[in-house]
Write a protein of this length. Structure first.
Length: 258
């Protein structure tokens, strides 16, 4: 596969779902980037990429399971060969499966942690190693730094709720991972940030499972639109090194703070 454009930044979106994933892809493509999308299901992924290309954007499909180290490694290599070095990593994997702690199974608890946290470690470590290598080899750097790594968090990243033991544990661990990486990699000009999504995001799942709530909140501008959330990610990417943000929370005006 021929490389698209050597001068276009490469954005790798892991967990490229139909809502947030597409919103992020469109925003970064509009900003002049080429976007590499990854999710486990190959057919919907290719349909997403076809849609983006029909809109005129440089988009690429790389189906993989981010919980598998060998698949992460092979996907990273394929992206670099097809598109170029990765400038931005967005880890956006969702794994919310509510369950009472009295009924939770070890298998499902572990799977949620694998998806929401362990996969984030595997992917971000692999990309960070490449970014650090470029920095240490004294390759030309943009004013903003030698790379950006953005983690999607949730309300559960900050507090646990009933029936959210697995998800909260995984998301809070992901946040701690992001904090540690930010401290270590900042001096190497890699911007690591964590975005807390505190509220419902407009998606097919929300529209089908919570139709009444969705309709009510949409009428009041009380639900997050993927394109609005994606704008926050873009602004983090554009920040100069002299004023990097680590954590940013995004919520509708009507969402409670506690």
């Amino acid at each position: 596969m021929a490389k698209v454009a050597d001068n276009k930044p490469v954005v790798w979106i892991v967990g490229a779902g139909d809502a947030m994933g597409m919103g992020l892809a469109r925003r970064f493509a509009q900003g002049g980037c080429q976007v590499a999308l990854t999710r486990r299901q190959e057919l919907p992924l290719r349909q997403q990429v076809e849609q983006l290309r029909s809109e005129g954007w440089d988009a690429w499909a790389f189906a993989a399971d981010a919980r598998r180290e060998e698949q992460v490694s092979s996907t990273l290599l394929a992206i670099e060969q097809s598109c170029g070095p990765i400038d931005v990593l967005i880890f956006n994997v969702g794994a919310n499966v509510p369950c009472s702690i009295l009924e939770e199974t070890p298998r499902k608890y572990f799977k949620v942690w694998e998806m929401a946290c362990f996969a984030g470690f595997l992917v971000s470590q692999a990309v960070a190693r490449r970014m650090v290598q470029r920095f240490e080899n004294d390759l030309p750097l943009a004013d903003k730094g030698s790379g950006t790594i953005l983690f999607t968090g949730a309300t559960a990243s900050l507090r646990g709720r009933a029936h959210f033991a697995a998800f909260s544990g995984a998301k809070q661990a992901l946040r701690a991972l992001a904090q540690s990486m930010a401290k270590e990699l900042g001096p190497r000009h890699i911007h690591v940030a964590h975005i807390v999504i505190d509220g419902m995001v407009d998606s097919g799942f929300i529209r089908s499972q919570f139709a009444d709530v969705h309709a009510e909140r949409m009428a009041q501008e009380g639900i997050l639109h993927p394109e609005h959330v994606a704008e926050a990610y873009w602004q983090l990417y554009c920040q100069p090194r002299a004023a990097w943000t680590f954590e940013l929370d995004v919520r509708p005006w009507m969402e409670p703070w506690t």
